[in-house]
Design a protein. Structure first.
Length: 172
């Protein structure tokens, strides 16, 4: 049995994960519009992953007798000055998600709610991976540069990351 505070905070996280999915879907669409097909595929896949993050939380609420509540969703930004700016926005967003997960862990620890504390460990590890992933993409963009053919190579590189993620998932 979860406290009402915990149910409310898990619901906030559910809605944040849906927003993350919308954000990456929208960004993927912007990339397709700019003929950056590799980035578009990568972001569209990532949007699916965010829905999986949401579903884990949703199922946890179901298992613990809580009611999941979906709220009105803020529209994600639709335009970006550059690919670099777009990935910087993603990195900042993932840092915000990490902060929200940390806040949830803190709440579970202080209530104390050891079941939720244990459940949240997956998200702690996942956020470490997400921040590492997007930081490494930003590092690649800085290294290769977006001038001239640079943007073509970046798009190809990020497109390959999408393919590899797919292969990893199939092997799991
Ligand atoms: Fe990108 O980790 Fe969920 O939100």
């Amino acid at each position: 049995m979860l406290s009402q505070t915990m149910i409310d905070r898990l619901n906030q996280q559910i809605n944040l994960e849906i927003y993350s999915s919308h954000l990456y879907l929208q960004m993927g669409s912007w990339c397709a519009y700019k003929s950056l097909d590799g980035c578009s595929t990568f972001l569209s896949q990532h949007a699916d992953e965010e829905m999986m993050h949401m579903r884990r939380l949703l199922n946890y609420l179901h298992e613990t007798g809580g009611l999941a509540m979906l709220g009105g969703m803020q529209a994600p930004p639709t335009d970006f000055n550059s690919l670099t700016e777009m990935f910087e926005t993603i990195y900042e967003h993932e840092q915000l998600v990490t902060k929200k997960i940390n806040d949830l862990v803190h709440l579970a620890n202080t209530e104390p709610d050891y079941s939720t504390l244990q459940f949240l460990q997956w998200y702690v590890a996942e956020q470490h991976q997400e921040e590492f992933l997007f930081k490494s993409i930003l590092d690649k963009i800085k290294l290769i540069g977006t001038e001239g053919q640079g943007i073509f190579f970046i798009d190809r590189e990020i497109g390959m990351m999408a393919t590899n993620q797919n292969l990893d998932k199939k092997q799991q």
